[in-house]
Design a binder for this molecule. Structure first.
Ligand SMILES: N[C@@H](CCC(=O)N[C@@H](CS)C(=O)NCC(=O)O)C(=O)O
Length: 370
């Protein structure tokens, strides 16, 4: 049994899956997501244009099509033997679920900011080479205009604009400092084994923030250990290696990053949950949830450098938050007490007993009401 990973070097979420599949030691082949591949494979199988897509060749005629990195990783975790990237213990598992969400859906802000403000031409060439590898560089460039306009235009919706540049860079540098300090003690977030949280952070940190030249230079200068960790997660020397720290320990540097989640991303998620509730009431018969539910005011930045800006209300991250709250709801007794204590100490006590307005699921590779 083997897998095909359809994606690209330039793609944030492809890097997350590539690093994971390599560590998990599963046989896979990577196929570049050219225009032709979008047309022939991705659209027929998934229904919309997105990468990465994984096909698990499980012996069935078409194989199993997987999209969304979280679902891809969960599928492989179920299907393949060997150590897991999900810690078994309560605090580490809770922290790992939270930090996957933080990496995937909040660190995408600096990832998109640095790419489209500092590395635009590089990214444009990379998009061109991905879409039409057979064309000349000039033709590739011209053919990539549309995709570049789409992705670079999407930074507005993430809250990236001239008013927020400085706050985004300040928050990113504070994040780098916390992770850099932690990596002086440990190889990965929770010890010597990479976790789902390492892969969540790998997405933005690899394809954009390390691989794009201008931001790569910044990372190597400010946080060389983070650069080395990024390379280690993306291209592990040894598969299936390492262990999580004993006694369910959450190292201090990881606690610092969890506090960044609670202070920065969580308020936006809570506001998004309110918008989802209003949408649900206004559309009682609709199952598929739009990718964007209008705009709201959101605070972006760290510490003293926080600015309020317009940002799209993006409901998808609530599906990842639901994984966190489902895990919390499954706990009892001492385990629940340990989880709640951790939430209090990072400033996320509001998640204790928190429920989304209704359950979310993914249907036909899109977000939907369960
Ligand atoms: N949550 C998704 C995000 C995938 C995603 O946003 N992929 C980007 C490329 S790295 C894309 O194809 N975006 C197209 C779009 O958002 O319309 C996942 O984990 O797979």
């Amino acid at each position: 049994m083997s897998y095909t990973l359809i994606g690209a070097p330039v793609s944030l979420y492809t890097g997350k899956v590539r690093g994971y599949l390599r560590w998990k030691n599963v046989p896979f082949r990577e196929e570049l997501a050219t225009r032709e591949v979008y047309k022939q494979v991705i659209l027929p199988r998934v229904g919309w244009s997105v990468i990465p897509v994984v096909i698990h060749h499980d012996g069935s005629p078409d194989g199993v099509t997987l999209q969304d990195t979280t679902e891809i990783i969960d599928h492989v975790e179920q299907a393949e033997p060997g150590p897991s990237v999900y810690p078994d213990t309560v605090r580490q598992r809770l922290a790992a679920l939270i930090l996957e969400l933080f990496g995937d859906e909040w660190m995408v802000i600096p990832a998109m900011h640095y790419r489209w403000i500092y590395n635009r031409d590089f990214a444009h060439r990379e998009f061109g080479a991905m879409q039409n590898p057979h064309l000349s560089p000039d033709e590739q460039w011209a053919a990539a205009e549309k995709a570049v306009a789409f992705f670079s235009g999407s930074i507005q919706g993430l809250g990236v604009n001239p008013d927020t540049y400085e706050a985004i860079e300040g928050a990113y540098e504070a994040f780098l400092a916390a992770l850099e300090a932690h990596l002086g003690e440990q190889d990965f977030l929770f010890g010597s084994r990479p976790s789902i949280a390492d892969y969540g952070l790998l997405g933005p940190l690899y394809a954009h923030l390390l691989r794009d030249p201008e931001s790569g230079a910044i990372m190597r200068r400010l946080a060389p250990r983070v650069a080395a960790w990024t390379e280690r997660c993306h291209a592990p020397q040894e598969a299936l290696s390492g262990t999580f720290l004993p006694d369910d320990e959450i190292p201090a540097g990881v606690m610092d990053i969890l506090r960044m989640f609670a202070a920065q991303q969580l308020p936006v998620l809570l506001d998004t949950a309110q918008a989802l509730s209003a949408w649900g009431e206004a559309h009682p018969d609709e199952v598929e949830i739009p990718r964007i539910l209008g705009f709201h005011k959101a605070k972006i930045g760290h510490g003293e450098r926080v600015v309020e800006t317009d940002r799209a209300v993006i409901p998808y991250p609530l599906w990842m938050l639901q994984r966190v709250t489902d895990f919390l709801a499954s706990l009892q007794g001492e385990e629940r007490a340990a989880a709640e204590e951790m939430l209090r100490s990072i400033g996320a006590e509001i998640l204790i007993g928190f429920r989304l307005p209704f359950r979310l699921t993914r249907s036909h590779f899109k977000l939907a009401r369960a």
